[in-house]
Design a protein around this ligand. Structure first.
Ligand SMILES: Cc1cc2nc3c(=O)[nH]c(=O)nc-3n(C[C@H](O)[C@H](O)[C@H](O)COP(=O)(O)O)c2cc1C
Length: 408
């Protein structure tokens, strides 16, 4: 690959990373949690972006180390935990963000959702010592983001976006010596995109990712590449790294596109969500079969005590819906069932232990227990025994009165 070295470069801070020549995992809510990032890194992703985390969600969290998994966790009291002080401390808290300091060192970019320079700085400061960069999401088209003035709404308020980036550069980037970057979408015309990019690259950022779709475009619509050379050249002129995103299928294609369009790096989302082994090079044998990837993912998820609902969701992205192994996994209630479905019998005990830790006791989510309790009560009402009461039903089914909802 011929690298294009610009004459000017925004200096890369001591604890930051240069995005040039990198093939990276995109930020993905739900699909970019810790085990997905670790697997992408294992298969050869050069850098990983964490899922967008809104500034207000991060502010007020407590940073702690989980000694069982060696992970850093930013936690806060969950709404369930607030209601139920009888729960054990782990089950009262929600984990807002998780990092594996050893395996993600120098590779993790924290993506922030924000519409305000002060709260952006407050939230980013909490995590800045644990990551290699902070990226501002200025591309999410979903109403939950745009209605608060965040995500793609920032493309319509460029002065606000610039003031957020400038505040982060000065108060977080310079203080922690990490890079600040931004992820945007295309505007309707090349002229509008160019005017925006020119403003953004003057804020002191070290990188800019361009998702090659406009805000109204659906994810299935093909990415547009016509503006890419122009964006790359504006970034190069300012010494800012330009990462392209949109319909990049694997490492080989990423490297070709980097050369073809003169960009500095490429970012993969959907392709990596379905099969993170797309980061493997041709020499390493490229993409692996889904079952092998699912087994590896399961191992990762188990090792970091990932939330079961998230693990199940991610496995469903890898798996072929009609495959009997998928059906078995999908009907499973927790890690132990899943270990069996994935034919990982050696992990059964460890998986059962994790079910205990996560409160997936007797592997039956609360909603199902309640449903069974209701069925049981209905049957009792048809033919009531002497003292068949709801309380007894709950006892028979081993549900405490104030049982916590099991996160699935
Ligand atoms: C499940 C999912 C979650 C996403 N979450 C985010 C996010 O948190 N932040 C963000 O900037 N983009 C997010 N995106 C958009 C991707 O980062 C990426 O820009 C988009 O999917 C285009 O890349 P692709 O064509 O490789 O899928 C998400 C996409 C998917 C599929």
């Amino acid at each position: 690959m011929t690298e294009i070295f610009p004459s000017k470069r925004v200096p890369i801070p001591r604890n930051g990373v240069d995005y040039r020549g990198k093939v990276v995992l995109a930020p993905m809510v739900r699909s970019g949690e810790l085990p997905s990032r670790l697997l992408a890194l294992r298969y050869g992703a050069d850098l990983v972006w964490g899922p967008e985390t809104i500034d207000r969600a991060m502010i007020g969290t407590t940073r702690r180390i989980n000694p069982r998994t060696n992970t850093v966790e930013f936690t806060r009291l969950s709404s369930n935990g607030l209601k139920n002080p009888a729960l054990n401390p782990d089950q009262r808290e929600s984990i807002i963000y998780r990092i594996h300091p050893e395996l993600e060192r120098g590779k993790l970019i924290y993506q922030i959702g924000t519409a305000n320079p002060e709260t952006a700085v407050q939230a980013a400061t909490l995590v800045a010592g644990d990551v290699a960069g902070i990226d501002v999401n200025a591309g999410c088209p979903k109403p939950f983001s745009t209605s608060g003035g965040m995500g793609a709404a920032l493309l319509r308020t460029p002065d606000k976006l610039c003031s957020i980036l400038e505040a982060l550069v000065k108060e977080v980037g310079q203080v922690f010596e990490i890079g600040i970057s931004v992820k945007i979408r295309l505007l309707e015309t090349s002229e509008k995109t160019e005017a925006l990019v020119r403003k953004l690259v003057a804020t002191g950022i070290t990188g800019l990712t361009i998702h090659c779709r406009t805000t109204p475009m659906r994810p299935r619509e093909r990415a547009i590449r016509q503006q890419l050379r122009m964006i790359a050249s504006v970034c190069r002129e300012a010494g800012v790294a330009c990462v392209m995103n949109g319909d990049v299928e694997d490492r080989e294609q990423a490297l070709q596109l980097i050369q073809e369009y003169g960009v500095d790096g490429a970012m993969l989302a959907t392709a990596a969500e379905k099969n993170p082994s797309v980061f493997r090079s041709k020499e390493q044998g490229g993409k692996l079969p889904w079952f092998v990837v699912s087994q590896e993912y399961f191992r990762m998820a188990l090792s970091v005590e990932n939330r079961w609902g998230n693990t199940k969701f991610l496995l469903a992205q890898h798996m072929m819906g009609k495959d009997p192994k998928y059906q078995a996994m999908n009907q499973g209630k927790g890690y132990e069932d899943c270990a069996m479905a994935l034919e990982m019998h050696d992990l059964r005990e460890e998986a059962a232990n994790l079910d205990e830790v996560l409160g997936i006791t007797n592997r039956q989510p609360r909603a199902e227990k309640r449903a069974r309790a209701r069925e049981f009560t209905a049957q009792m009402e048809l033919a009531p025994p002497k003292k068949a009461k709801q309380d007894n039903v709950l006892q028979i089914l081993n549900i405490p009165h104030d049982a916590p909802a099991v996160a699935v």
